[in-house]
Design a protein around this ligand. Structure first.
Ligand SMILES: [Zn+2]
Length: 228
């Protein structure tokens, strides 16, 4: 009986600490989807990686600016890539220190994750304003740290499962063209995932971007989304 009570209390605390805030913000984000216009916000998580330069080449080819939600420890490994993103006027944002799930992080560890990440980004001359938690999952301490560090939470409207090993280039193209409606924040990946997954994303984008441009869409960084 006592064990059952203890388990129930732990479940309730876990629900209030992490599950409820994560579900709430994902729900609110989808619910408050903007009225459709012809603007698309491309965002890339989980980089930088050895593939990011190739992605920057494709974006440059079409003169498109995107937002990069960088894992701070990866950013430290690729300072030249961060410098190139910055020089080419992409928006550099934060995607945690080492991509750990907020469900499994104590308040202390969460705060540490934020301060260490921001130290790294500052050392790379990047003053970040926008934050996306790994898997979009957050806990109460995430919310506290967002406020403390003056960061804005960014989730997404459209994904293409581009990290999965079974997703082909063609499938990413079809999913993007089918799902994008305009005024959408698109979440893709330039690091992690299945082996070489970002290369498929980059090839798919090289086909999808010109189609969307022909349809009259324009591409902006996420700061513009919040300015509207
Ligand atoms: Zn991620």
């Amino acid at each position: 009986m006592i064990l059952l009570i203890i388990l129930s209390i732990i479940t309730i605390i876990f629900f209030l600490y992490a599950i409820l805030p994560s579900r709430y913000f994902k729900y609110i984000y989808k619910k408050n989807r903007r009225e459709k216009d012809k603007t698309i916000y491309l965002t890339f998580d989980d980089g930088p990686s050895e593939h990011t330069n190739k992605l920057l080449d494709v974006l440059k080819k079409y003169n498109i600016k995107a937002s990069f939600f960088c894992v701070a420890n990866f950013a430290k490994q690729y300072p030249d890539t961060i410098e190139r993103m910055s020089k080419e006027k992409h928006l550099i944002c934060l995607h945690s220190l080492k991509h750990e799930n907020a469900y499994l992080m104590s308040p202390f560890k969460t705060s540490n994750d934020f301060s260490k990440s921001l130290d790294i980004m500052n050392s790379l001359n990047q003053k970040v304003v926008y934050y996306r938690p790994p898997w979009g999952d957050l806990n109460i301490a995430t919310l506290y740290n967002l406020k403390k560090h003056n960061l804005k939470l960014v989730l997404w409207h459209v994904m293409a499962e581009d990290w999965e090993s079974k997703t082909s280039i063609f499938e990413i193209e079809v999913k993007l063209l089918k799902r994008i409606q305009g005024s959408d924040i698109i979440c893709l990946h330039d690091g992690r995932g299945a082996p070489n997954a970002p290369l498929r994303t980059i090839e798919a984008l090289d086909k999808v971007i010109p189609i969307l441009l022909r349809k009259g869409y324009k591409f902006e960084t996420v700061d513009k989304y919040y300015e509207k």
